[in-house]
Structure formats: structure tokens, C-alpha cells
Write a protein that binds this ligand. Structure first.
Ligand SMILES: [Ca+2]
Length: 386
């Protein structure tokens, strides 16, 4: 009671305002990057980017610097799950549900705290909060609230399952999970997947033999180096291996080499490999991907997504958010997923990338335009713009 309980399974212990999620972020090697590999957004003076850090060539140089990321939702300092459960009970029971009260409580608690509230709700009222919300609230607002009170690994597992079962036709979700989360997070999602669907994520990925799915299958092992060490000589060797494989013909590429590099090297190292690749081949890896998959727009797009996520997870997610809202209509599923899964992680940086990529249009502006009512208010609260 009033206890914070265990930290959310997908987040490190003791989340604070400034969290460091080193494995998914990489750090600044912009100083030695060619312009196309430099970080895409200007540095925020508020962020400690360790700009003075450079990497000396020809030497192993483990870097301790990490890009700090900033959530827009943090655990409530004062927290009593019983109080919150009572507030929700009153808000949902009343004639004409009090959506504002629901938003006020649930967007100001961490995922772990919300799960505690749902437990309390069950204990106090013998009612499943998710079922109740499904019955009483509708549309995208209900979907957002339900996402908020679902354990994060389980939420991701469902998103993946809907793609792998063919219910949703958007494999970008696979990149989002397997290329922007760390090994521990991926393992937690695999466990949740197995528990819920009685079959492993890997076994479901195996059904498809395309190059992309085979790579996702390998990424599932969650064996990425998370040491943060940068090895320039190794980067040159890997870039040469990629280049030689490409010369031979990518279709028959030594897939073992390719998978080893993309699945096991740390993200900072991969950025360096891409840069070395550029030096050797005189063009960037994106150009190679476009050429190799020219007959297959789906796989081409997915491989470009992988490179984009490796170079900048926040930039990649900003693009996902933009794609979810651009043009007529809205892909609410993508919008809800990215906002809910990232608000406790790196939403501030995603917003900054969004603003930069969209020439001054903010994520909040886009959400205001594409959504309405309680759904809109809830999303804005989650991205810290309420
Ligand atoms: Ca739209």
C-alpha cells in the first residue's frame, strides 16, 4: 500500500526524471561521422550529449558516455493505489463517465503504478478494471487507457502477435521492438509472448522465409553487445565484409556475416560500421538497400527502417508517429503504441526529432489536428503537453 512495488518490467530500476537507457541509444560519435551519419537533430542544450567525446582511431576505447533520454511520464511521488482505485471507481461509476478524472490519474502514474491500481481495483471491487473500461468507455480513448494498464511486455507481445498472425499488415512493429529495445526488454517481451500465445515469438517468425523475417528471427536472440565499446578496426573489418558480400550479390550474401554484424554489434559500433561502409563503397548503406530490394518495396522499406532505427531510435519513432498521422485519417494503433510505450522512456527526444523532421510542426500540433475529445487530451497528457 503506497509502496512503489517492483519497477515496471521493461524499465530500469528507480526511474527518475533523467533516465539513461544506454543500450538503445548509443552515444555521440557525430564528431567522426560524415554528415549523412551525424545525429539528425540539433543538440538540445538541456541534454548532456558529451560533445567533447571523440573516438581515437586504431584503439579500443570503451565509452562511458551515454545519451540521456527524458520521459514525459514519471512515477508519481505521492502514490496510494487504493486512493487511485477509489477515484477511478467514482469516475467510471458516475452517470456520464468522468473522463477527465481518469486521464488525471492514469497519465500521471507509471506503468508499474497503474498495474498496482488495477490490482487494488480488483481487490476492492472484485471487478476487472480493463473489462470495466471496455464496457464503459469506447473507441480510441478506451484503447489508450487499456494500453496504459497493460504490462508493457504483454502489450508489445500483442502488437507483435497481431502482425505475425496477419491481422495487422505492418511489419514495422517488428523493427520497433527488435531494433529500439535492449536485450532485457526483448527477452521480457518474448516471455510474455510465450505465456500468452503458447508458442514462441521465434517459432512464429520462422514461418516466413524472406530476408527480413530471417533477420528478425536472428534479432530475437537478443544477443547484442551492450558494452558501449567502440572498436574502429573491427568496424572497418565488418564494413569490408558487408561490402564484399554486396559485391558478390546480396541475394546470396553470406547471411551469417550479415546477421552477426546487425544482431550482435552495439549501436555505436554499427553507426561506425555504416560510416566505414560509406568510405569503402563510396555510397551509404541505404543506397545499397534500395538497389538490392528494388523489386520488393516492402522489404526495402523495412531494411531502411532498420538502418534508421539503428542510427537514431528517436528519429525512427518520430517518423513512425508522423506516418501514423500524415494525410487523410490516422493510424491510431501506431499512434497509441508509440506514445504509450515511449512516454516513460524517451518521449522528449522523440518530440524534438519530430519537430526537426517536420520543419517546425510539433507532435502536439499533429495530435491536436488528428485526434479529438478525451482521446486527444489523454495523448497530449502522455506527451507532457496537457
Ligand atoms: Ca491524418
Amino acid at each position: 500500500m503506497g509502496d512503489y512495488g517492483d519497477p515496471p518490467p521493461l524499465y530500469p530500476t528507480n526511474p527518475t526524471k533523467e533516465q539513461v537507457f544506454s543500450p538503445t541509444i548509443g552515444f555521440n560519435v557525430g564528431s567522426l561521422m560524415s554528415p549523412s551519419f551525424a545525429p539528425s537533430a540539433p543538440p538540445d542544450p538541456g541534454l548532456d550529449l558529451h560533445e567533447d567525446q571523440t573516438v581515437q582511431s586504431n584503439s579500443y576505447m570503451p565509452q562511458s558516455s551515454q545519451l540521456t533520454v527524458t520521459p514525459t511520464v514519471v512515477p508519481a511521488d505521492y502514490f496510494d493505489p487504493q486512493d487511485d482505485a477509489n477515484i477511478l471507481r467514482r469516475a467510471i461509476k458516475s452517470f456520464g463517465t468522468d473522463e477527465k478524472a481518469i486521464i488525471n490519474v492514469l497519465t500521471k502514474r507509471s506503468n508499474a503504478q497503474r498495474l498496482e491500481i488495477a490490482d487494488q481495483f480488483k481487490a476492492l471491487y472484485d471487478t476487472d478494471l480493463i473489462n470495466l473500461i471496455q464496457r464503459k468507455l469506447g473507441g480510441n480513448f478506451a484503447k489508450t487507457i487499456i494500453a496504459l494498464i497493460t504490462p508493457l511486455p504483454q502489450f508489445y507481445a500483442k502488437e507483435l502477435h497481431d502482425v505475425l498472425s496477419g491481422e495487422v499488415n505492418d511489419e514495422t512493429v517488428l523493427v520497433e521492438v527488435l531494433c529500439t529495445l535492449n536485450n532485457a526488454e526483448i527477452k521480457a517481451i518474448k516471455e510474455a509472448y510465450h505465456c500468452t500465445y503458447r508458442n514462441t515469438l521465434k517459432s512464429h517468425l520462422k514461418d516466413d522465409t524472406r530476408v527480413f523475417r530471417r533477420l528478425m528471427f536472428s534479432l530475437c536472440n537478443a544477443e547484442r553487445d551492450e558494452s558501449m565499446a567502440v572498436d574502429p578496426l573491427g568496424a572497418t573489418a565488418d564494413a569490408e565484409a558487408l561490402y564484399n558480400a554486396e559485391k558478390e550479390h546480396w541475394g546470396s550474401i553470406d547471411e551469417y556475416t550479415f546477421h552477426t554484424i546487425l544482431c550482435q554489434r552495439n549501436y555505436s559500433q554499427l553507426k561506425l560500421i555504416f560510416q566505414e561502409y560509406h568510405k569503402i563503397s563510396k555510397h551509404d548503406i541505404e543506397k545499397t538497400i534500395k538497389r538490392e530490394f528494388s523489386g520488393d518495396r516492402t522489404q526495402e522499406g523495412l531494411f531502411l527502417d532498420i538502418v534508421s532505427a539503428i542510427k537514431s531510435p528517436q528519429g525512427f519513432l518520430a517518423k513512425c508517429l508522423h506516418n501514423s498521422m500524415k494525410g487523410l485519417g490516422t493510424n491510431n494503433r501506431d499512434l497509441i503504441r508509440v506514445v504509450v510505450t515511449r512516454c516513460e522512456k524517451d518521449m522528449k527526444e522523440i518530440k524534438r526529432e519530430y519537430l526537426f523532421k517536420n520543419h517546425g510542426e510539433s507532435l502536439a500540433d499533429a495530435i491536436r489536428e488528428d485526434t479529438s475529445g478525451d482521446y486527444k487530451r489523454c495523448l497530449l497528457a502522455l506527451i507532457g503537453e496537457a
